[in-house]
Ligand binder design. Structure first.
Ligand code: BGN
Length: 347
């Protein structure tokens, strides 16, 4: 008969082996789930590598959102010869069909990504829109090559307000966010006016640790910031940052103030905005007259003042709209929506 002590030692060994195999099984599963197959654990060394890899990812706030990224290709590097960008503005682009032909390899909807590397961020660019066809064509003509140079994985969402009611830029941004997340695992959202085009390729169309203001050095303002809290034109939010502020307010009808209100939300949510250096952030605002149906909003000041009180009930969480159509063009996705009427017209 086996001695008591001997059988205890065997039992202990079996238990230790069992626990270790369980651990390996689950770790393996964990790595597999995260699709980081390059770091699959077949040796202690590789396991260490995998753990270090995960740790370095976890320790970086911004990278947290890419944990589920499929890493089949190496991560993209930025080309090191990025510099001033010459914008092409013709009086009229015939149409963008020539460009569409050139980019026949795009997934429909203006979705494009680098062929031989994995971009860290998946970027949805949301453009509020009504009757600005020519500006859109100029934007597309200049921005696709720009974004491609920056090795971006991106999709373009042009959100068109249907009908003639007062324009609601902020609500269209919220709608763009909601429609884009239905289509792809976007991690970064760049909300851009249709008439703003960067003049330097080092102006990275990417999200950052803080919500980012990207139109602070505009030619129309002589490349100076008109006031410190300006947050208009082009802004970039990670998904997490945008959810934290509950998106834009839906209550701004007509021109002005919705961007100032978004700034107040960012501050109220305990974040701060960031801006890249002025010399690389220069951008062109293609001039135009104030659009009909987008007259100055007389109610914006009181709304801005109450931003922090309203932000959790007015925004993505209270967004109502009706999609009229979604059209996949070669260079962009057009989402046409009925945004409803200003509150005063309803009650
Ligand atoms: C401000 C607008 C912003 C706009 C900038 C730059 C308002 C709020 C009432 C004072 N703010 O005056 O929305 O981005 O000009 O054009 O209208």
């Amino acid at each position: 008969m086996m001695g008591y002590r001997k059988s205890f030692v065997i039992f202990l060994c079996v238990t230790v082996i069992f626990i270790f195999s369980l651990k390996f099984f689950f770790l393996d599963k964990y790595f597999e789930d995260m699709d980081i197959k390059a770091y699959s654990i077949h040796s202690a060394n590789q396991m260490k590598k995998g753990a270090q890899y995960l740790f370095s990812k976890l320790s970086n706030d911004v990278n947290n959102m890419y944990m589920y990224e499929t890493q089949k290709l190496p991560y993209c590097d930025l080309p090191n010869d990025l510099g001033p960008y010459s914008i092409k503005i013709h009086d009229s682009f015939d149409n963008t069909s020539a460009l569409a032909f050139q980019y026949a390899n795009f997934a429909l909807g203006g979705h494009n990504k680098p062929d031989n590397c994995t971009a860290l961020q998946k970027i949805a660019i949301v453009i509020p829109f009504r009757n600005r066809e020519q500006h859109l064509q100029i934007w597309l003509y200049n921005m696709h090559p720009f974004l491609q140079r920056q090795q971006a994985d991106y999709g373009i969402y042009v959100v068109e307000q249907y009908g003639n009611s007062k324009f609601n830029r902020a609500k269209l941004m919220n709608i763009g966010y909601k429609e884009a997340v239905k289509e792809y695992n976007y991690s970064c959202f760049i909300f851009s006016d249709v008439d703003i085009i960067p003049m330097d390729q080092r102006n990275l169309y990417r999200c950052s640790k803080n919500p980012k203001h990207m139109a602070h050095s505009l030619d129309k303002f002589q490349f100076r910031l008109p006031y410190k809290t300006l947050f208009g034109g082009v802004v970039a939010f990670t998904k997490e940052q945008f959810l934290k502020v509950n998106g834009f307010s839906n209550m701004f009808w007509g021109w002005g103030g919705e961007d100032d209100e978004l700034y107040e939300r960012v501050v109220a949510a305990g974040m701060q905005i960031e801006r890249a250096a002025n010399n690389i952030s220069k951008a062109k605002a293609v001039l135009h007259h104030r659009d009909i149906g987008n007259e100055r909003n007389p109610k914006s000041v009181p709304l801005i003042k109450k931003a922090s009180e309203r932000m959790h009930i007015d925004g993505l969480s209270s967004l109502n709209y009706t999609v009229i159509s979604i059209t996949k063009h070669r260079l962009y996705t057009k989402v046409t929506v009925d945004v409803g009427l200003p509150e005063k017209d309803i009650y």
